[in-house]
Design a protein around this ligand. Structure first.
Ligand code: GDP
Length: 212
């Protein structure tokens, strides 16, 4: 099915991954959407996006996962994808401190493009190679807390926490959609109340001004 043929009953969700090169962004997308894992660096293979259909509370969603692998150096390209994203998965490799230290910069890029309360989660990946760990779980949790993000330690190789992470970002996006809808209906009922108030004020004034 092409993107334009997608059914109207399905809600579309665009998710992108951000983080340093080789932390496992492409692998996460392949693991979550196809349950596959390859032990090779996938930058040369490259994928544009992968789609996964899910059903939550009897509603269907079409998840588009956009890959930024290979574009880490060309931030402008990644920023182009950010524009259409509904949520972002930030990822570092627990065995590479530098990838963890880059996370605040990725958060800043995301916030600059999408604003403060944009749905994002943080993943510390490759926990299957525990003996080479350079970032503790507590450090990951602290950074997540500081930035108000859900946090998971994951492994694309073993699959640990992959489903949970996918579901977490979808839930964050749906919560924001719900908040935005509520804000919109509150604003429109407030402005309709304001219109009513203005009308009665005008009527009052016209009575005052031109009454007997
Ligand atoms: P990207 O550049 O961030 O998209 O990283 P890739 O998905 O291409 O992964 C880089 C390398 O790390 C590849 O060799 C993957 O097989 C490997 N990799 C990715 N995730 C994991 C993981 O959870 N555990 C292990 N052991 N290797 C991983």
């Amino acid at each position: 099915m092409s993107v334009s043929e997608e059914s109207e009953s399905e809600e579309r969700i665009n998710i992108m991954t951000l983080g340093n090169s080789e932390v496992g962004k492409t692998s996460f997308i392949l693991k979550y959407t196809e349950n596959s894992f390859q032990d090779i660096y996938l930058a040369t293979v490259g994928i544009d996006f992968k789609v996964k259909n899910i059903t939550l509370k009897e509603k269907q969603y079409k998840l588009f996962f956009y890959d930024t692998t290979g574009q880490e150096k060309y931030k402008s390209i990644a920023l182009n994808i950010i524009k259409n994203a509904h949520g972002i998965i930030l990822m570092y490799d627990i065995n590479k401190k530098t990838s963890f230290e880059s996370i605040p910069e990725w958060i800043k890029s995301a916030k600059d493009a999408k604003g403060e309360n944009f749905p994002m989660i943080l993943l510390g990946n490759k926990i299957d190679i525990e003996n080479e760990r350079e970032v503790t779980k507590e450090e990951g949790e602290a950074l997540a807390k500081e930035n108000n993000l859900d946090f998971y330690e994951t492994s694309n190789k073993t699959g640990i926490n992959i489903e949970e992470a996918g579901l977490a970002i979808v839930n964050k996006i749906l919560e924001k959609r719900q908040r935005d809808t509520l804000d919109y209906s509150n604003t429109s009922s407030r402005s309709s109340q304001l219109r009513k108030d203005t009308r009665s004020l005008n009527e009052g004034e016209s009575k005052k001004c031109c009454g007997s």
